[in-house]
Design a protein around this ligand. Structure first.
Ligand code: CO
Length: 390
């Protein structure tokens, strides 16, 4: 659990934004209307947590009655939890009264519940958890079918591409990271070919194709170059893009990515991608895969064929340095069951300008990454101006 934001009720959001800009050098990076709660919210990044400026909407807005009774000021404090269902159960068992029977949709792609302030010494406490965002994609037409991107954050912030892993997608995988970065970057989540909202082209999946997906999105958005962050397969795509189109990449971060594929690792990966076997072993995961991609069965077949090519490709790279000049942050988890820590060390060694961060973790899954531990080194790396010594 961590402090996510502090809600502040304000009469005039423009005046409040001016005050907080003078005070904290932070300007609202996102404004959102939440009809269910009778508010318009304005988010500011205040370092360890956010400020949520609350503007009353309509006559029966709870924020309006708060302002009438108490004037401007702190309205609530909000803690983020991994599972709101579990939190609601624990709160009920502990005898707390909630302001709603079930979690409600709040701002910032969150589900929220409030605890009645009479039980919490007058402090209105919110608990929130991320929900799958209902972002709409920008579809970029290409000869082999469209590629989709989700663009978040201020237009004048440094552009940052975020790439998901094999059989992942932006909305269902990398969204929580994007939400944490969108106050500082113009974040561009790309659904790689065949994944999520992007069409599956009638051609084999290759690193060239995935890198071309990213270039097509950058071209359509008129972005000459960007930082690129990729998880697993997305990290491989990021490295390939940086090696083949260096002019398009500023800084790189690769999360749980290997370039030293063995036949055993490829076989293990393919097992994770066999839909029929998943049907028996992990039916919920199989069901999620079916719902999240436009053509799940052919997608998994093509991804397995792609994984087959990786050990030979890695062999070709086996010695010598990777032709990547962009400063790179290599992020590993210490007990990744798929890619041992040695893979990350070897990747780090083979890059010209890289730093390494090892986080605690036992799974090869984006949602298991400890974002609170990842964000500080990632942010430092992406905002650094000096080059890393070779
Ligand atoms: Co709130």
């Amino acid at each position: 659990m961590r402090l996510e934001h502090i809600g502040v009720a304000v009469d005039a959001p423009d005046a409040a934004a001016r005050t907080f800009r003078a005070l904290l050098k932070a300007t609202p990076y996102k404004t959102e209307t939440v009809p269910d709660q009778g508010v318009r919210t304005h988010f500011l990044d205040a370092g360890a947590a956010k400020l949520e400026l609350l503007e009353a909407l309509g006559e029966d807005s709870p924020v309006r009655s708060f302002l009438e009774q108490r004037g401007e000021g702190v309205h609530h404090i909000a803690f983020s939890v991994p599972s709101l269902t579990a939190t609601v159960e624990q709160l009920r068992a502990a005898g707390f009264e909630l302001l709603s029977e079930t979690p409600q949709n709040g701002a910032d792609d969150k589900q929220i519940v409030f605890v009645h302030p009479k039980q919490t010494h007058g402090v209105l406490v919110e608990f929130c958890a991320p929900r799958t965002p209902d972002w709409s994609p920008r579809r970029i037409a290409r000869p082999h079918g469209s590629v989709s991107a989700f663009v978040r954050g201020p237009e004048d912030a440094p552009p940052l591409v975020v790439l998901h892993g094999a059989v992942g997608s932006t909305r269902h995988e990398t969204a929580p990271l994007i939400q944490r970065l969108e106050s500082s970057f113009r974040v561009i989540g790309v659904d790689l070919s065949g994944h999520g909202d992007s069409a599956l082209p009638d051609a084999p999946l290759t690193l060239d194709l995935f890198a071309a997906d990213v270039c097509a999105v950058l071209d359509a958005l008129d972005v000459p170059d960007a930082h690129v962050v990729g998880f697993s397969l997305g990290g491989g795509v990021a490295l390939h893009l940086a090696a083949t189109r260096p002019e398009r990449v500023r800084r790189l971060a690769v999360l749980q990515t290997t370039v030293s594929w063995t036949e055993a690792q490829a076989a293990q990966m393919k097992q994770r991608l066999a839909l029929d076997a998943l049907e028996e072993r992990a039916p919920a995961r199989a069901d999620r895969i079916r719902r999240r991609h436009t053509a799940p069965t052919p997608l998994l077949r093509r991804v397995r064929a792609f994984v087959d090519t990786l050990p030979a490709a890695a062999q070709a790279l086996a010695d010598g340095r990777l032709a990547v000049t962009a400063p790179t942050l290599v992020v590993a988890v210490d007990r990744d069951p798929l890619f041992p820590l040695d893979d990350a060390l070897s990747l780090h060694r083979r890059l010209r300008t890289a730093r390494l961060t090892v986080l605690p973790g036992t799974r090869h899954a984006f949602h298991a990454l400890p974002l609170d531990a990842l964000l500080p080194p990632l942010h430092t790396h992406l905002t650094a101006s000096a080059r890393i010594a070779s």
